[in-house]
Design a protein around this ligand. Structure first.
Ligand code: G4P
Length: 525
C-alpha cells in the first residue's frame, strides 16, 4: 500500500465514445447531476455549437468560453472522484479526440438503439482496443423504437469484434418501454413516463410480479430472452472486461434519466482506477510517491487576446501540488507548474492538489508538446502517443515567398504540437508539402493559426487521398509504389516512408505486389 493508494483507488477517469447525436451531452449532464456538479439540466454546453459551419470555429470557441472546462468534467460521487474526458465529435473530430483516449482508464460506449454501431464509434472503439482499456456500453434512447436488442448485441460482436454481456435487459421499447430487468439482482426497474423509476424485486424473469406490471406479451418475451442469454450468452467475466475483451451492456434512456443511476453505480464498481503506465524505464506505479504525468492535448487560442494555450496533463503517479517544480524530460529543464487549472463543470478553478488519474490544465507559453513527460525526480518518458491515420490531405504552399522563414517555423511548430501531420514528396522531381488531418476542422485551425500567429497566408489545394499507411520493411525502389493519381509515396516529418491512397483498391494491390512490406495504419516508434 502506497501513501496515495487511497486517493488513487477512488479515481475513475473515463471517456464517452459515441457517434454524434447518440446522446453524449445528455448522458454527461445526467451523470453530473448525480454527482451534484451541476444543479439543473441544460448547463453543459453541448456539441450543438459544432453543428455550425466549421469556419465559425474561432467564433464558436470565443462564445463557448467554457470549452476548456468541458474538456474534462470532474465530480465526486459516493466515495469516487470521477473525471470524464470529452472526446469531441462532429467537425471537432481530430487527433485530440483519439489522444484523449490515451489519458482515459476506461471508456463508455454510447449507442443509439435505433442506429446501432455507427462510424465514429467504430473509429474511437478501435483506439480503445489498441490500448486494451475496458469498454462499458450504454444503449440509449430506449424510450424510442429501435433495433431488436439481440440484434444490437450481434452488431457489437460482428462490427467491433467484441463479446458482450448484458447487465440488464429491456422490457419493451419505444411506446411499449416498461423498464429493464436487472439480471444480477433479479429486479425489474420499472419505467413509467413522467414518473420516478420503481424497483421491484423478483424471483427471476418468470416472476408473476413482472407479468402484473408489464402484461403477458412482454413478460413472455422477457422470460424467453433471459433464458436465451443465460444459456447462450457470454457470462460476466471481470477479467475479460478489464482486458477489453468483453463489454458489459446496459440499456436505458438518458433523456428521461432512466437507467443512468444504476449504470453509474455499477460502472464505478467495475471500472478500474488508474493503473501502472509504461515508460522507457519500466512501468510507473500510480501510487509511486514521485509525481509524473504526460501531456495528451494542447488547446490553443482559448483566448485570442492572450494567445494562451493550455496543455492538458494526465497525472500518472504521485501527488501534484501547486507551484511544484518538475523535470521537463524532453527539454531537460526544470519547470514550475504555476497557475494550473482543474476542470469543474462550470468554472476553471485553481488546483491545490491532484493525484494519478486527474487532469490538470497547465498554462503554456510554448513549453509543451503533445506526448511530453513531466516528472518530479528522474528522467523517464512515458510511451509515445501513437500518430493516428489522417483521412484528409491538402497540398500547402506559401503565398508570399518573403515569409519563407515564418512559413517553415509555423509548420514545424504546429506539427510538433500535434495540430496536423506533415508530409513531403520526394519522387518524380516533386518537392511539395502536404498536410494531413484526422478531422477537417484541423485544417481550418491550421490556416487560421498560420495567419494569426506566424503572419503567413497559405495556398491550400485539396488532394484526392483518403488514407495513409506507414511502411515497414526494406523499400528498394519507392517509385514502384506509385500508381499515378492514386497513390503517392511521401515522407513524414520524421522521415519515415508513407504511402497515401485514394482507395482501398490500391492498398490491396500494393499489398499483393509487395508481400515483404507491411502497410501500417499507425506509425511505429
Ligand atoms: P450528442 O452529444 O451525442 O451529439 O447528443 P445529444 O445529447 O445532444 O443528444 C442528441 C439528441 O438526442 C437530442 O435531441 C437529445 O435530446 C436526444 N436524446 C438524448 N438522449 C435521449 C434519449 O434517451 N431518448 C430520446 N428519445 N432522445 C434522446 P435533439 O432533438 O437533437 O436536441 P434537443 O432539441 O432535444 O436538445
Amino acid at each position: 500500500m502506497g501513501r496515495y493508494s487511497d486517493q488513487v483507488g477512488r479515481r475513475r477517469t473515463f471517456a464517452i465514445i459515441s457517434h454524434p447525436d447518440a446522446g453524449k451531452t445528455t448522458l454527461t449532464e445526467k451523470l453530473l447531476l448525480f454527482g451534484g456538479a451541476i444543479r439543473e439540466a441544460g448547463t453543459v454546453k453541448g456539441r450543438k455549437a459544432s453543428k455550425h459551419a466549421a469556419s465559425d470555429w474561432m467564433e464558436i470557441e470565443k462564445k463557448r468560453g467554457i470549452s476548456v472546462t468541458s474538456s474534462v468534467l470532474e465530480f465526486r460521487y459516493r466515495d469516487c472522484h470521477v473525471n470524464i474526458l470529452d472526446t469531441p465529435g462532429h467537425q471537432d473530430f481530430s487527433e485530440d479526440t483519439y489522444r484523449t483516449l490515451a489519458a482515459a482508464d476506461s471508456a463508455v460506449m454510447l449507442i443509439d438503439c435505433a442506429k446501432g454501431v455507427e462510424p465514429q464509434t467504430i473509429k474511437l472503439f478501435e483506439a480503445c482496443r489498441m490500448r486494451g482499456i475496458p469498454v462499458f456500453t450504454f444503449v440509449n434512447k430506449l424510450d424510442r423504437q429501435g433495433k431488436d436488442p439481440l440484434e444490437l448485441l450481434e452488431e457489437i460482436e460482428e462490427v467491433l469484434g467484441m463479446r458482450s454481456c448484458p447487465m440488464n435487459w429491456p422490457v419493451g421499447m419505444g411506446a411499449d418501454f416498461c423498464g429493464v430487468y436487472d439480471r444480477d439482482n433479479r429486479r425489474l426497474i420499472r419505467y413509467e413516463r413522467g414518473a420516478e423509476a420503481r424497483k421491484i424485486d423478483t424471483e427471476g424473469a418468470g416472476d408473476s410480479r413482472i407479468r402484473q406490471e408489464v402484461g403477458d406479451v412482454l413478460a413472455d418475451r422477457l422470460e424467453e430472452e433471459i433464458e436465451l442469454l443465460d444459456i447462450a450468452g457470454d457470462p460476466f467475466d471481470m477479467e475479460a472486461v478489464r482486458n477489453g475483451k468483453l463489454t458489459p451492456v446496459f440499456f436505458g434512456s438518458a433523456i428521461t434519466n432512466f437507467g443512468v443511476e444504476t449504470f453509474l453505480d455499477t460502472f464505478l464498481d467495475l471500472a478500474p482506477s488508474p493503473g501502472p503506465r509504461s515508460s522507457d524505464q519500466g512501468s510507473i506505479n500510480p501510487e509511486d510517491e514521485r509525481f509524473s504525468g504526460f501531456v495528451f492535448k494542447i488547446q490553443a487560442n482559448m483566448n485570442p487576446a492572450h494567445r494562451d494555450r493550455i496543455a492538458f496533463l494526465r497525472i500518472c503517479s504521485g501527488r501534484y501540488e501547486r507551484g511544484m517544480t518538475v523535470n521537463h524530460v524532453r527539454t531537460g529543464k526544470g519547470i514550475k507548474l504555476a497557475l494550473p487549472q482543474q476542470f469543474m463543470a462550470q468554472d476553471r478553478s485553481a488546483v491545490e492538489e491532484a493525484y494519478a488519474g486527474d487532469v490538470v490544465g497547465l498554462f503554456d507559453p510554448g513549453h509543451f508538446q503533445v506526448g511530453d513527460t513531466l516528472c518530479e525526480r528522474g528522467r523517464f518518458r512515458f510511451e509515445r502517443l501513437p500518430q493516428f491515420p489522417p483521412e484528409h490531405f491538402l497540398r500547402v504552399s506559401n503565398k508570399n515567398a518573403m515569409r519563407y522563414k515564418q512559413f517553415q517555423k509555423g509548420l514545424v511548430q504546429l506539427v510538433e504540437e500535434g495540430a496536423i501531420q506533415r508530409y513531403r514528396t520526394f519522387l518524380e522531381g516533386m518537392d511539395e508539402i502536404y498536410i494531413g488531418a484526422v478531422g477537417e476542422l484541423q485544417f481550418q485551425v491550421f490556416e487560421y493559426r498560420m495567419k494569426n500567429e506566424y503572419g503567413v497566408d497559405l495556398i491550400l489545394d485539396r488532394m484526392p487521398f483518403r488514407f495513409a499507411r506507414w511502411l515497414k520493411g526494406e523499400v528498394a525502389d519507392p517509385s514502384r509504389l506509385v500508381y499515378r493519381g492514386h497513390t503517392r509515396c511521401v515522407k513524414d516529418s520524421r522521415d519515415r516512408l508513407v504511402v497515401l491512397f485514394t482507395s482501398e483498391f490500391y492498398l490491396s494491390t500494393l499489398e499483393e505486389e509487395n508481400p515483404d512490406l507491411q502497410f501500417l495504419k499507425l506509425a511505429e516508434g
